[in-house]
Design a protein around this ligand. Sequence first.
Ligand code: ATP
Length: 266
Amino acid sequence: MIKVDEYLIKIKDLDFSYGGRAIYKNLSMDIPRGKITAILGPSGTGKTTLLRLIGAQLYPERGEVLFDGINVHRLKRVELYELRKRMSMLFQSGALFTDMTVYENVAFPLREHTLLPEELIHDLVTMKLEAVGLRGAAKLMPSELSGGMARRAALARSIALDPDLIMYDEPFVGQDPITMGVLVKLISDLNASLGITSLIVTHDVKEVLEIAHYVYILADGNVIGKGTPDEVRQSKDPRIVQFINGLYDGPYAFRMQCEKSYLEDL
Ligand SMILES: Nc1ncnc2c1ncn2[C@@H]1O[C@H](COP(=O)(O)OP(=O)(O)OP(=O)(O)O)[C@@H](O)[C@H]1O
């Protein structure tokens, strides 16, 4: 019997720095297959960097990232190109092609990467648009969409090739509460209906904890907390308490260190 590993991504003993400035030191994480994992942490910790390491846009100095057992940093260019069809990355900007309709945007990856006939492409695009509730917007241009609709259209495009993984980088930024609620539910529904592994980097802690199955909290170059949403909510670690509750001050200082005292500066 073939044993399917319960983790889609395994990160082992990873070191990464930007020009000598260490971002990760000995980082190890396992991302469960078919589940929603939230990656939380203070600004500048390296969450986006982590997504780029998984996608092999960046290379570590040490350690490895295994995607379905494949070391992503050892692949040749063509192999990586193939593997990336199984990973989708959704940035906060959405980045739709502005000169194409919503339909053409969703059809684009199918035309780029497959030789499917137009009829089948039509059916697939229609299904993806239906999944995000935008079948009625197929003919619209991106400039005619609201911010939330644009993100949903980008989401439809990112699932066009039925990826195994979607990495969301700040998917809720700049949205009103209702739109945010729609996006949160959509991500959760897509995860359940398509069985996609979802990795969400966000500062919207409350929203993401409602739908995540597993949570990693990163700070100071490593994992400072992990577990189910309930487990991290109940943590007594002051760094995690501060972060989960969005407290103004705590172990992570609100004020940056300054050489002179406040009085001296005045
Ligand atoms: N290309 C780069 N070259 C040098 N330093 C970089 C580069 N990209 C990011 N950094 C730095 O690396 C650190 C981690 O950046 P990253 O964007 O991964 O953090 P983040 O946790 O996603 O932050 P935020 O939550 O604010 O989006 C930051 O201090 C950032 O300034």
